[in-house]
Design a binder for this molecule. Sequence first.
Ligand code: BGC
Length: 748
Amino acid sequence: MKIKFTYLIIFLGALLLQACNRTQTKLQTDSEWQSKIDSLLELMTIDEKIGQLNLLTSGWDVTGPNMSENYQQLIKEGKVGGIFNAFTVKYISELQRLAVEETRLGIPLLFGYDVIHGHRTIFPIPLAQSCSWDLALIEQSEQVAAREASAEGINWTFAPMVDISRDPRWGRVSEGAGEDTWLGSQIGAVRVRGFQGTDLSANNTLISCVKHFAAYGAPQAGRDYHTVDMSERSLREWYLPPYKAAIDAGAVSVMTSFNEINGVPATSNHWLYTDLLRGEWGFEGFTVTDYSSIYELIPHGVAADSAMAGELALKAGIDMDMQATVYQNHLKQSVEKGTVTMQKIDAAVSRIIKAKYRLGLFDDPYKYCNLEREKTEILTPESQALARDFVSKSCVLLKNDRQTLPIPKTVKKIALIGPLGNSKVDMLGNWSAAGRAEDCVTLYEGLQEKSLSYHFSLSYEKGCDVLDASTAGFAKAIQAAKNADYIVLALGEHGNMSGEAASRTDIGLPEVQQKLADAIIALKKPVVVVLFNGRPLTLNELDATAPAILEAWFGGTQAGNGIADLLFADAIPSGKLTMTFPHSVGQIPIHYNMKNTGRPVTPDNPDYKYKSRYIDSPNEALYPFGYGLSYTTFEYKDLMLNAKNISAADTLQITVEVSNTGNFDAHEVVQLYIRDVVGSVTRPVKELKGFEKVYIPKNESVKVNFKISANDLRFYNLKMDYTFEPGFFKVFVGPNSAEGLSESFELR
Ligand code: BGC
């Protein structure tokens, strides 16, 4: 009798679930959502609820301890809410079947993955993408990423990563949008829109997860996972806005960061996750830990054991436990002991269930498992064309003496030299999702394709390895260079020398490569250095001797083609740095929007000792934020403001004329900076407030317009109110953060 009664309940529950599901598309208001979720919660046991909070890796890509090799069994037991690192229709269908057909309530799984710069079509690494300053292109690339990933069963991406960083020693700068808060916020928002589209229940969009909340990009000494300690002013002003922008753009989930912030790890930080994120910002989605970060509360020293770690995290507002299995193993006992409440668990479950409803998974748990889509929507010619264009727009021309670039189309013999000239796997960069090395075009292959059109012979010599000190290959490389009339040197880092757990204390070119470069450059032939790397490097020596340097980052599947397009002027460089390149590690942290200090070095006291300066280095960057050359030249003139003073209700119109004075039609990224001259708290020497990427045919000029209103002049005042203050402001418009025209106005 008891058994029959249980079956009846389950049967009624299942009917109710189906009825709920059929109304999915019509649901609109919060209360409608809530009553649907509540009906499901009522059917769930505490174990099933805690199961929804459990996110496990399938074991394919692992970046930390794997606590649950029996994940398939756990799915069947209803103890898993989501799986990550699984893809392909076959595999996902199988896992989803376990959840939907073999568990009591059949609640579908979320499938997460680090779709960071493409899924199968790999686009340039995110730092490179940001150097395109092309928001539309970034959004389009995320649409492609979402389409490809969702065609292989995935419905949740662990992106965008919007951690601002001012420290290139930190390997994860490769995953972000550089050092600037304003630009990083714009980019974070378009990435969310690209992934999520306008319809989350469509089968070709993903829910996004903004990470790593918060301030993960500011670890002490640039060492990954290290302590973050900063004022609330800096946190709010420089680090938090990109997360907020991504959330305002609709990001459905937020991931914690591994670091502590001012003494409290992010994963147990109630202020961060409850007061700020949900309270102040009104975030309604769900939160997830970064990997085993609940467990890491123990080594951080805020939890004595796993049970306490779980309690701290849940109370702080963390809904889903990635991979630590702490919630799975301890939350039930914590409820029984009374150290956490059932309400907290219900709230966390509700938020995760809501995301599953929003995706339409209850309507059709296999909606992302379509074999036809998997065949036809991946690595399409269109996505390859987009990726190729993106490569050429992401590269930054750092130096080009005597028009060494573009390579003259009359060239007869090219020697490609260097360890990164023909390495497919390195083109992927880090976090390359399901990207395959064999799908990547290397620079050697890109140049081979060009040799068909421009009829030159191409030789390739590796010369040396990326890191190994052996110079045994130098002789052959030098001989190849001697035989050629143009040399392309492909140097830099391995793809895995940046990214997670890849901090470096020396960010120079590995010594053996510098020696190779010296030997080749000494031949005094036309040489371009093409750099592959995932962070700013210190390039003093190369800058002093190489005739031309092209920063190519890691371009992904179409890397070699996109770079070759630039080398032959089939595309014109337009990328501009979004992260400062220092002269030396000793200058770090270095960023364009520094404070002036009370003892700034100024043109009238360049050599005076008692100024804020080094005795062995300039303060300035080797290549500043916003910097990047073209094959053409641009002239800026007639910077004009429509008023000398504005009120808080006015909009200031700023106009500048930019002329293309060189020989190529090209794009220019025109940048607008401001400086608040006197404030109740000190303000940076410059702050980016706008940019326009304009196309200017040679010998033509365009007028570029910007608008500034009081809203753009806000900052945190003494009382930590986000406001503007009357006073004088400088306006700078130019090709980078160090050059340009300037004017001023007053806010009254
Ligand atoms: C990384 C995250 C990533 C997660 C899942 C962690 O090690 O810090 O950025 O999303 O692994 O792969």
